[in-house]
Design a protein around this ligand. Sequence first.
Ligand SMILES: [Mg+2]
Length: 343
Amino acid sequence: MPMQLKVHQITLPLASPFRIAHETRTHQPTLIVELIDGAGRSGFGEAAMTRYYGLDSETCTAILKNLAPALAPHNYLPPGELHVVLDTLAPQLHPFLRCALDVATHDLWGKRENKRIGEHWDQPKRQTATCYTIGMAPIEEMTAKLRAFPWPVYKIKLGGGGDDLAIIRALRAETDAPFYVDANTGWTAAQTIDYSHELKRLGVVFIEQPLPVTDEVGQARVKAASALPIIADESCQTLADVEKCAELFHGINIKIVKCGGLLPARQMIARARKLGLSMMAGCMTESSFGISAIAQLLPELDYADMDGAMLLAEDPGEGVTFDSRTGFAVWPEGNGTGARFRR
Ligand SMILES: [Mg+2]
């Protein structure tokens, strides 16, 4: 039986409007990509249709469907071979779509081997808590959000031009939990260095991407003078960026959709480890299909931001969840990523 490819177009409703430096959202369109192997097993991957990255459901569905005939003769493809096929067939394929296919092949691989994907890998036995993100909003809304969602570690979105230190002081009055701060390129070098001392005093663990990607002079200054570690996000998309990030940052935030899947993500992790960078993995606003894939990387990470599915009013999938007391992953029964359509 030839391998089949199905694309499920889904709109994810958010539990509350989510504001970051670029936009405000109430819904997130997503694609769940299903690869069905010759034995009739389904592997699932996800690609959030993030407008900011130039993605829309109709175009992406058509692109994926165009690949189906070339994948069909394979009956089954291990993840490594999928990437070889895509390098020949569609070298310009958007990394979000490559990621969805990569995860679907990993999921199939795990199901064929009767294992969770992470169990295939030689991983340290480590638990890393995922954070819960508080999006930008008026201070009272941010404190209310935090109060409504007791969690062991929070990521706070800043950099919107307001009084960012006042926000952290107000949130600190609500909880003793550690904070991660993500400025989404909204600060200057001087501001970052200045803020870092007070943020450290307020129990912030690190600052994610304070400066624009192009400001490498500022990044070098900040790395040398910041009181807190600085983690690259917008500056670290693929394996090719890791080397440069080791000069300008203390760590990197890996997103499987940006680098093209779990296989390239693990290459980034191996490179980053050699360079002495701390490692984090982040998510988009995505369902349990995407989150359950990223969670496979958890034992290799220092920090984790995998709250995408927790921010949804409705999740079409079920899979990896997180313990609200520890923030640690709770692994589902199934093999592969463990994610499946909710029954
Ligand atoms: Mg970020």
